[in-house]
Design a protein around this ligand. Structure first.
Ligand SMILES: Nc1nc2c(ncn2[C@@H]2O[C@H](COP(=O)(O)OP(=O)(O)OP(=O)(O)O)[C@@H](O)[C@H]2O)c(=O)[nH]1
Ligand SMILES: [Zn+2]
Length: 196
């Protein structure tokens, strides 16, 4: 059972956030991190982003995906309108950074993002979002707007008991490198993307 292991306030370029680290054990070096914008009213519909870790995109500005830009846009949005980012330590759709780099290596040979995972004997998407739901319940959140294009995140919420008021699109303008990745997301996983 996960619980809050620590919390603190952190000022960012986009405003002040309270950050909570959630894990089962205090010695877990990769806890899920929940970033709550300071103007968040838990008694109203809360704007929420479930965001899976992508060190290549978020820290090193990889052009292969849109994760870094989505995280920045999400932080801006919740700072302005209230809300939180549930930052899930599910690197590479939960195959881990080593396997993601192996998958990228296969992508250099011409395989797409799904084929590469499957060739490694791994699921196309190894995530489930139950832990994000658990976090919302622990924080006593009852009703949310979800910033996402991913239908799986919506399905998880619909069976959770937490009310989903609205889906808010989180679409980034494609670049020349990530356009085929984004179109695979739309055509294979069913992401609601209009710009690819
Ligand atoms: N295995 C694998 N993972 C990737 C690849 N490109 C990006 N990722 C991972 O995909 C995940 C993207 O997660 P999210 O930002 O939550 O995005 P999403 O599930 O597409 O849904 P929304 O952005 O909410 O629409 C991150 O964990 C990335 O590390 C890839 O080519 N292969
Ligand atoms: Zn990414």
């Amino acid at each position: 059972m996960i619980q809050i292991q620590a919390q603190s306030t952190i000022p960012t370029d986009f405003g002040n956030f309270t950050v909570y680290a959630f894990s089962e054990h205090e010695e877990d070096w990769s806890p899920h991190l929940v970033w709550v914008a300071e103007n968040t009213d838990f008694n109203r519909t809360v704007n929420v982003r479930f965001h899976s870790e992508c060190i290549t995109g978020e820290v090193f500005h990889s052009k292969k995906c849109e994760c870094g830009q989505q995280l920045t846009e999400s932080m801006k949005f919740v700072s302005e309108h209230g809300g939180m980012i549930i930052y899930l330590r599910q690197e590479g759709r939960n195959i881990g950074i080593i396997n993601k780099l192996k998958a990228y290596s296969l992508q250099e040979k011409g395989y797409d993002t799904v084929e590469a995972n499957l060739m490694l004997g791994l699921p196309a998407d190894g995530r489930n979002f139950d832990v994000a739901i658990e976090i919302l319940k622990l924080l006593n959140v009852k009703e949310i707007n979800l910033l996402t294009n991913n239908p799986e995140k919506i399905k998880s919420l619909n069976k959770s008991g937490i009310k989903l008021s609205n889906r808010l699109p989180m679409e980034i303008q494609p670049n020349e490198v990530n356009r085929s990745y984004l179109s695979k997301k739309r055509n294979y996983f069913g992401h609601m993307l209009e710009k690819v």
